[in-house]
Design a protein around this ligand. Structure first.
Ligand SMILES: NC(=O)c1ccc[n+]([C@@H]2O[C@H](COP(=O)([O-])OP(=O)(O)OC[C@H]3O[C@@H](n4cnc5c(N)ncnc54)[C@H](O)[C@@H]3O)[C@@H](O)[C@H]2O)c1
Length: 348
């Protein structure tokens, strides 16, 4: 059976917690031969922790020396495009962490490089692999909800500002709660709704809590150099009368954190987290929860890495397509432009 020679660029939190362990578990299909990080200290420690033979501080050198088939890009967002394009131009498949890119132009350049090379470019939208998300996809595709006309997207942390890395640096990350956390739930909502065409976006962003000393169970962060939004709200108008109400926060004065996508259709409604089907039947209003669903015990990170590897080996399109990742980037970009101009942005 064919095996892939794999490398990882950026060996911080997500690489060590998800990508590297995910590849290590695919022993029959993957040789994790090399990793790279601009920090010599970080890459050396990670290589020794996971028993990886080669450690580089320059990704181009790693690409040129290691004859890699595939890589993960796990760096801050501003490096996603240059590293992915450099890999694709050398014929290397890419699993790029989310968001795909800082702006639609970058994303389109990445897609062009993938198309020209004939290689896979997948984005790390791992929420799609959760058991509830897969169940919601089956229910929606069965038509049980009827025509969906209202979608609520909530990616709300009461307090959860990431204080490590460069998450609060605008030029390196491109934004805050929306581009970092909101993109997961936005992608999930769009994918479940069948990626409808979006025609108009109205966004409002703010940074009231992140810029002041505050309580943060995730640990300290530098509130004096907090350059991004801690909260984003948006209204997204889709074709055929579907509306999406979107909220993302790293810190907000609410009773509790909420991660959910909720659909309302002409026949029934559905909450994804926790999973619940809401409908009227037999003269009653019924809320139905699952007693069991497949995949409840699965590790979504492992499923994401396996999907990338298997899509390459089976020469098929991965579950997360580049056009879907581009749509998320276009909407996030429109939200930021709308917030800045204090006006709605028309798309398409
Ligand atoms: N899918 C998820 O749920 C999820 C969760 C966390 C982070 N992420 C994404 O993963 C990426 C990294 O986040 P993290 O939490 O691991 O951050 P991190 O700060 O822990 O790690 C990033 C690493 O990249 C290295 N790096 C920076 N520039 C580099 C370059 N040019 N070449 C090689 N290495 C470079 C840094 O030295 C650092 O070790 C971000 O894009 C983030 O959005 C995704």
């Amino acid at each position: 059976m064919a095996r892939l020679r794999v490398g990882v660029v950026g060996t911080g939190g997500i690489a060590r917690n998800r990508h590297i362990p995910g590849y290590v578990k695919l022993q029959d299909e993957v040789d994790l031969v090399a990793i790279c990080d601009v920090s010599k200290d970080v890459v050396t420690r990670t290589a020794s922790e996971f028993g990886i033979e080669k450690a580089y501080t320059d990704y181009r050198e790693m690409f040129d020396c290691e004859k890699l088939d595939a890589i993960s890009v796990c760096t801050p967002n501003s490096f996603h495009a240059p590293i992915s394009i450099a890999a694709l131009e050398r014929g290397i498949h890419v699993l790029c962490e989310k968001p795909l890119a800082l702006c639609p132009e970058e994303a389109k350049n990445m897609i062009r490089a993938a198309e020209q090379a004939g290689k896979t470019l997948m984005t790390g939208f791992h929420y799609r692999f959760q058991a509830e998300a897969q169940a919601a996809k089956r229910v929606i595709e069965s038509g049980e909800l009827g025509d969906i006309y209202m979608v609520r997207v909530q990616a709300i942390r009461r307090r959860g500002i990431p204080g490590w890395g460069v998450f609060t640096n605008r030029s390196l990350q491109g934004g805050g709660a929306m581009i970092d956390f909101g993109v997961h739930l936005l992608d999930l909502a769009l994918w479940l709704a069948g990626n409808p065409k979006v025609v108009e976006v109205t966004g409002v962003i703010s940074a009231h809590l992140g810029t002041q000393p505050n309580v943060n169970p995730w640990g300290p962060w530098d509130h004096e150099h907090f350059e991004v939004e801690d909260h984003a709200a948006a209204f997204i108008r889709c074709e055929h009368g579907m509306a999406m109400q979107f909220e993302a926060s790293w810190a907000l004065n609410v009773a509790q954190s909420v991660e959910n996508v909720s659909f309302s259709g002409t026949h029934a409604g559905l909450d994804v987290f926790p999973f619940q089907l809401n409908k009227a039947a037999h003269g009653m209003l019924l809320n139905t929860k699952p007693a069991w669903m497949p995949g409840e015990q699965d590790n979504v990170g492992d499923l994401e890495i396996a999907e990338f590897v298997h899509s390459i080996l089976e020469e098929r399109t991965p579950l997360v397509t580049v056009q879907q990742a581009l749509q998320v980037t276009e909407i996030v970009d429109a939200m930021y432009r709308s917030a800045e101009r204090r006006a709605s942005i028309q798309l398409a």
